[in-house]
Design a protein around this ligand. Structure first.
Ligand SMILES: O=C1OCCC/C1=C\Nc1ccccc1
Length: 469
């Protein structure tokens, strides 16, 4: 028995959902629900992460006698009554479906980028007796808000960085490594770091969040989704004492004589480190080294610090003017700013650099808390709502429309997602869509995964326009 048992699907829901099987209209035979981002921070939403939920929790025989017994006992203790648990309903799934979920999921392909307020996936029961199951599973389905939101936020940063590279750099080759994931330690859990780290890797190749690589390998068949470089942390510098900072820097360069390496340089005095250590005492070591030394400030006001570090390194090593007319440091020295980085700060830094005629090619970013953690379900207002019910063999449109919050209005009826060059993506409601043009793909039915997406195709599907071939 694992310490906390989360392997009973019947218990991976909200308590009140135990009691919902008794609350639908008599003769209900189908509940059809959908997931959308109702609005929020990013106009464009990257759909990603449903495959992780399906493969991790929903495949095959997920209902067993042991799990039913455990849930029954749990319910009695949790509600203090014996009429709150749908024992017959779960027993039916075990008997009639061999424990496989009689559910059908249709979803937009993973990696699709589309405006908010569009249907992203629909869920319906495939057995009329299991109408109560569609929304029992909501709790797990809605957790897809996290990979969606991390991937969307990460992509929004990619678009900004790409735009500045387009304006100030000779090419875009460095883009995949311009935003490095520093977020493992600041994530809520190893699992969250895995999901969030994987979601960032949909857009970039640079990461220190190994859990994200492991998760992409297990659930999206990608053997090595991200890469990193030898890099210092404060302990590997400060253990040399303040008087030994130059020796620590020199050691880094001698221990890793080739390739790109990074050295955090703000332990004591970032200005002295740039001007006198990297810029004078180690200047020739860097010039002769077969690779790039990335100076890492890690404190102070980011736009000011980056600007001053660039200035000091430029004074020490010289700069060239690239084809776009912007200053670039020699190839053996660069900067990474990994402190205080989020979408807004990237814009501030790159705008300041551009105004000072620095190419964005000189710089990369690291982001932790903002990349994996400074988000919630409300960031993109992700919600799962019933839009159609079949009662006594009649299909009826269902919706909510709170008088005091129009933003919470939900879609009605059977939904299709359609695309036209004129209108882009559109969600057609009330079953008025053209089924042959529906972009929602059946991905799961009755315990089976019907469609599997590879990480490579997801990456190319959500590539930003500037990069699309
Ligand atoms: O500072 C950090 O916080 C926590 C995560 C890793 C990390 C830095 N790593 C790194 C990688 C590549 C280039 C430079 C730094």
């Amino acid at each position: 028995m694992c310490d906390i048992c989360f392997d009973n699907l019947l218990l991976l829901t909200d308590s009140y959902k135990f009691t919902h099987f008794k609350q639908y209209p008599p003769k209900t035979t189908k509940v059809y629900s959908y997931f959308e981002s109702r609005g929020g921070k990013f106009e464009n939403v990257v759909f990603f992460g449903l495959q992780y939920i399906i493969k991790r929790l929903l495949l095959g025989k997920v209902v067993t006698k042991e799990k039913i017994d455990e849930a029954k006992a749990f319910s009695k203790a949790h509600f203090g009554r014996s009429d709150a648990f749908n024992e017959a309903g779960w027993q039916y799934i075990l008997d009639a479906h061999d424990g496989k979920l009689p559910i059908k999921i249709k979803a937009v392909p993973e990696g699709t980028v589309l405006p908010q307020k569009n249907v992203l996936f629909t869920v319906e029961n495939t057995d009329p007796n299991c109408f109560w199951l569609t929304n029992y599973l909501e709790t797990l389905f809605v957790q897809v808000w996290y990979p969606i939101t991390v991937a969307s936020n990460s992509r929004a940063q990619k678009e900004v960085i790409a735009q500045f590279l387009h304006e100030t750099a000779d090419d875009m080759k460095g883009l995949p490594f311009k935003l490095h994931d520093f977020g493992f330690r600041g994530a809520t859990s190893i699992e969250a770091a895995g999901i969030g780290g994987m979601s960032h890797l949909v857009n970039f190749l640079g990461t220190d969040t190994l859990a994200g690589i492991l998760t992409a390998r297990k659930y999206y068949g990608c053997p090595m989704a991200g890469f990193s470089i030898p890099a210092a942390e404060h302990s590997t510098i400060t253990t040399w004492q303040k008087s030994g900072e130059k020796d620590a820097f020199e050691n880094m360069c001698r221990q890793f004589p080739t390739g790109t390496i990074a050295c955090v340089s703000d332990s004591y005095d970032i200005w002295n480190a740039c001007e006198n250590l990297w810029g004078k005492q180690l200047k020739n070591l860097l010039k002769c080294r077969d690779g790039t030394l990335v100076v890492r400030p890690d404190s102070g006001d980011p736009p000011e610090v980056v600007s001053k570090v660039l200035h000091l390194l430029g004074e020490a090593f010289g700069t060239i003017i690239n084809k776009k007319g912007y200053k670039t440091l020699p190839p053996f020295v660069r900067i990474i700013q990994g402190d205080g980085i989020d979408l807004e700060m990237i814009k501030r830094i790159l705008n300041k650099l551009k105004s000072e005629r620095w190419s964005s090619d000189n710089l990369a970013f690291g982001s932790g808390g903002a990349l994996l953690q400074k988000l919630n379900r409300d960031t993109l207002k992700c919600a799962y709502k019933c839009s159609m019910v079949t009662v006594d063999s009649k299909e009826i449109n269902v919706f909510k429309q709170p008088i005091d919050d129009p933003g919470k209005k939900s879609k009605k009826g059977l939904l299709t997602l359609e695309y036209s060059s004129r209108d882009g993506y559109k969600t057609v409601e009330e079953g008025r869509g053209n089924a042959t043009k529906d972009l929602l793909i059946p991905v799961f039915e009755n315990g089976k995964l019907l469609k599997e997406y590879t990480f490579d195709e997801i990456r190319s599907r959500c590539e930003i326009p500037l990069l699309k071939k």
